[in-house]
Design a protein around this ligand. Structure first.
Ligand SMILES: [Zn+2]
Length: 229
């Protein structure tokens, strides 16, 4: 839906007038169906307010309310309060948040306090997770308490069609198969450590540039039927 700023401003004015009207309606003072209906209407207008406020760029500055809060002059959104909804354009490039990295040398007492962002989205069937945190202490083995320090890190995880690609500062890992419970954990080896008989079976293509630096790693897949969810 396209809303020009001036149009948005007048829509807010009308909405606030309606909310004023409903909130002062005498039926609200009495019990009975009419009062309940007025209450419902007020709720619905509140939801509309929240929806319209998503379209506001808060471009006309802020004003102080009598309660001492700073609110947008157009839509009345309270400044610096985390918004519950995100509005994205349907046919333009979508962008949520900015790229953040660990921002403190401190070791925090727990993950919650160390967390900078922990968020995920399902996007047309692909899953993206971002977890950025500063260093923190963690209790391994429940309360039998082995206190270990978890390093500050930016972790990004993309999952598509059962394959998971995780990015950390030290490694990019592509996981093709999920570990099943009770199964022996997989063993790790560098490519040069593997016998030729094993190497021959790996559908792995390694691309190098003229200085023998790694450019790309490709994995060929046996073709599966793509699932629709
Ligand atoms: Zn606003």
């Amino acid at each position: 839906m396209k809303t020009e700023p001036d149009d948005l401003k007048s829509r807010f004015k009308r909405l606030f007038r309606s909310m004023d009207f409903v909130s002062k309606h005498p039926a609200l003072e009495q019990s009975g169906p009419e009062g309940r209906r007025m209450g419902d209407i007020y709720q619905q207008l509140g939801e509309l307010w929240e929806f319209l406020a998503l379209q506001c760029r808060h471009g006309e500055g802020w004003r102080k309310t009598r309660e001492g809060r700073t609110v947008c002059k157009i839509c009345g959104t309270v400044r610096n309060v985390e918004e519950r909804w995100i509005l994205l354009p349907h046919d333009k490039r979508k962008s949520i948040g900015r790229r953040v990295t660990p921002n403190s040398k401190k070791t925090f007492p727990n993950k919650k306090q160390a967390s900078i962002v922990e968020d995920s989205i399902r996007f047309h069937g692909a899953k993206v997770k971002v977890d950025v945190h500063n260093a923190y202490r963690s209790k391994l083995l429940g309360d039998r308490a082995l206190d270990i320090a978890i390093a500050a890190e930016r972790l990004v995880d993309v999952e598509e069609d059962g394959v998971e690609c995780s990015f950390s500062e030290s490694q990019i890992c592509l996981q093709l198969k999920k570990e099943k419970q009770g199964e022996r954990p997989p063993s790790g080896a560098f490519v040069f450590e593997l016998p030729k008989s094993v190497l021959k079976k790996l559908p792995l293509l390694i691309e190098l540039d003229e200085n023998d630096e790694l450019v790309a790693v490709g994995i060929f897949r046996a073709r599966n039927e793509t699932k629709n969810e």
